[in-house]
Ligand binder design. Structure first.
Ligand SMILES: [Zn+2]
Length: 614
């Protein structure tokens, strides 16, 4: 194993590896760049070719080519080994098999299963012609490794057993189901779409029902959305396994990553068909949130997916996409649900300092439909995508001429987006745009916005100093509307308590772990502050989620993650100031414990980062 690592290190320099992911510039005999692991405007990320390592003065990230790829791609050591071995042209065969990690066996099983499904696909003419009728070509079928699971109870099971794999391992990766009567194949009579991690290892499947009996009467082409005979069709996904977490995978990222980087933007679609067709016509910087979104029991028309659920859970995994490019286009379905889902995802992306656009699709169409009709039309849709805030602004203006209603809607719809943005220049550009589109005077907009911001952030000032750094730093900390917005959302959920017992329980558990993470005293302070507004906040929560109440837990997890990061960053910076001042005044008192505290918080931030990239 070591010889493989060394061989790779001999062939690939740290500069080559890092610069294949991001822009670096020479600084003396070293190189510097903006750190991909924390947000910054000026570079504090240094690369030393001599030592073969990197170090960030902002967030203390450090390591070699393997840890860089691990962090950047959100994979594990084996994943980074695979990626770098391929690049270096190093054969890993001797390495395989020696590994005692159980996961390696799971990957082997999945790989064997993919090959098996690919082989049986070549014997199923109907499956192939169905995919061709949807516009896919043979090259796409091959490159996405689409396969077929035969209509049998034990075909893949028997195949894997014959290959020498153990039954319990096959069960763990989700390929078979165990019952009292015995084990049987989970996927039967389905077109199989493999789902890969960012390094290209297959970790799960999404199977589209395709038994011959059901597909009789399927139109060869034409508008599939209007045919009722395929509404029965459904997708079945692998369950969560040690390799696969439904809520964390963006489909197609392994194929899209280099193109996202070189084109400097990504396109997010909802479905597998949307994704594969996009790649087929050359938009290889596309990834999909769906394909991993449906549970075993979901009956769904794959041609008209319900957007919101699929989209939001996956958006948690924006980390890698953001590191590759901060420009992102959401190309969800053109119906209201699609727009809602895109808007929520957009807010998260904005809060991550990304530049967010939305593609405007004709109502009732999804990307696959449009590409199927005319792929140039789809390229135009992407070309004409517009900034998410401008998009909503135009919608408001189109809906009403009444300046009072416009004003109200701007407060309700536009300001929540604006508050997620860090840059004041960008904000003032939006204020200008609102003015020119609505005719409302700039001063009035600014005043309204300031009020909005004040209400939104009145809480932060009092709380932001937290336990660390207490009084002397209080004035130095700016109002942080982002943190405040997150707090309000979180406490809204906490006060609202959930729709049923199960949800309440989960909310309570999440709350407890948040309390523990940030410290009980800090939590108590926040709770006391928000308690008087509990009615309003819980009412807002109810309004916000409406019929999408099942998204609440996923949102809450994301909010907590972001909020913790904000809190810890504030703590780190105030502690930093404190330590600096002490050093200047040569004040040695408690400096050791301050430094230890500092280190502890930095570790907490690291931990959040790794949780996010999982
Ligand atoms: Zn950094």
């Amino acid at each position: 194993m070591n010889s493989n690592v060394e061989k790779i290190k001999e062939r690939l320099s740290i500069v080559d590896v890092v610069s294949s992911y991001m822009k670096v510039e020479k600084a003396g005999k070293n190189y510097k760049a903006k750190c991909p692991f924390h947000n910054e405007k000026t570079p504090s990320f240094f690369i030393s070719p001599e030592r073969g390592s990197y170090y960030c003065f902002g967030c203390n990230a450090k390591g070699d080519i393997f840890s860089f790829v691990e962090h950047f791609e959100g994979t594990d050591f084996l994943g980074s080994l695979k990626i770098l071995a391929e690049r270096a042209g190093v054969e890993l065969s001797s390495y395989r098999g020696k590994e005692t990690d159980k996961k390696d066996i799971y990957y082997e099983i999945m790989e064997e299963a993919v090959s098996f499904f690919e082989k049986t696909f070549t014997n199923n003419k109907e499956a192939r012609s169905y995919l061709l009728s949807r516009g896919l070509n043979d090259i796409s079928i091959k490159s996405f490794r689409i396969g077929y699971a035969p209509e049998s109870w034990n075909s893949v099971f028997d195949h894997l057993i014959n290959k020498g794999f153990k039954k319990e391992d096959i069960e763990i990766v989700g390929l078979i189901k165990q019952t009292e009567k015995g084990a049987y194949d989970r996927f039967r009579g389905r077109i199989m779409f493999p789902i890969s991690d960012s390094s290209g290892r297959v970790i799960a499947f999404s199977g589209r029902l395709f038994s011959n009996s059901l597909e009789v009467g399927l139109p060869k082409n034409g508008s599939p959305t209007s045919t009722s005979d395929i509404v029965q069709a459904k997708y079945l996904n692998s369950p969560d396994t040690p390799l696969f977490n439904k809520s964390n995978i963006l489909f197609g990222l392994d194929k899209a990553k280099s193109s996202i980087r070189s084109r400097d933007y990504s396109i997010i679609v909802e479905g597998q068909m949307d994704l594969i067709l996009s790649h087929q016509i050359g938009l290889t910087n596309t990834v999909a949130v769906s394909g991993t979104a449906f549970t075993d029991t979901t009956i769904d028309n794959p041609l008209r997916r319900d957007s919101s659920e699929a989209s939001e859970s996956k958006i948690n995994n924006l980390g890698l996409v953001r590191r590759l490019s901060s420009n992102i286009i959401f190309a969800y379905d053109g119906d209201d649900a699609g727009i809602r889902a895109a808007s929520r995802s957009a807010m998260i992306a904005l809060s991550l300092d990304m530049q967010v656009k939305i593609a405007i699709l004709p109502k009732g169409k999804d990307p696959a439909d449009i590409i199927f009709e005319d792929h140039n039309k789809w390229k135009d849709v992407i070309k004409n995508s517009i900034n998410i805030i401008s998009f909503h602004l135009d919608r408001i203006c189109k809906a009403t001429n009444d300046i009072r209603i416009r004003g109200k809607q701007i407060r309700e719809i536009i300001f929540p987006f604006m508050i997620m943005i860090n840059s004041s220049i960008e904000k003032s550009a939006y204020i200008n745009e609102i003015h020119s589109k609505t005719g409302i005077s700039e001063n009035a907009i600014i005043e309204d916005y300031k009020n909005y911001e004040k209400v939104a952030s009145s809480a932060t000032r009092r709380l932001s100093a937290d336990k660390v750094g207490e009084d002397e730093t209080k004035e130095k900390i700016d109002i942080n509307p982002r943190r405040d917005n997150l707090e309000k959302k979180l406490f809204g959920i906490i006060f609202w308590k959930g729709e049923n017992e199960e949800q309440s329980l989960t909310i309570n558990n999440l709350r407890a772990s948040f309390e523990e993470d940030i410290g009980f005293e800090n939590f108590k302070k926040m709770l006391d502050f928000y308690e008087p507004f509990s009615d309003t906040l819980s009412f807002e929560t109810e309004m916000w989620y409406g019929d999408k109440i099942d998204m609440l837990i996923l949102d809450m997890e994301e909010i907590i993650l972001n909020l913790e990061e904000e809190i810890f960053r504030e703590q780190v910076s105030s502690l930093f100031i404190k330590i600096n001042e002490k050093e200047q005044n040569n004040d040695k008192k408690d400096i050791k414990s301050d430094l230890a505290d500092y280190q502890k918080i930095v570790e907490k931030i690291e931990d959040i980062k790794s949780r996010r990239s999982k």
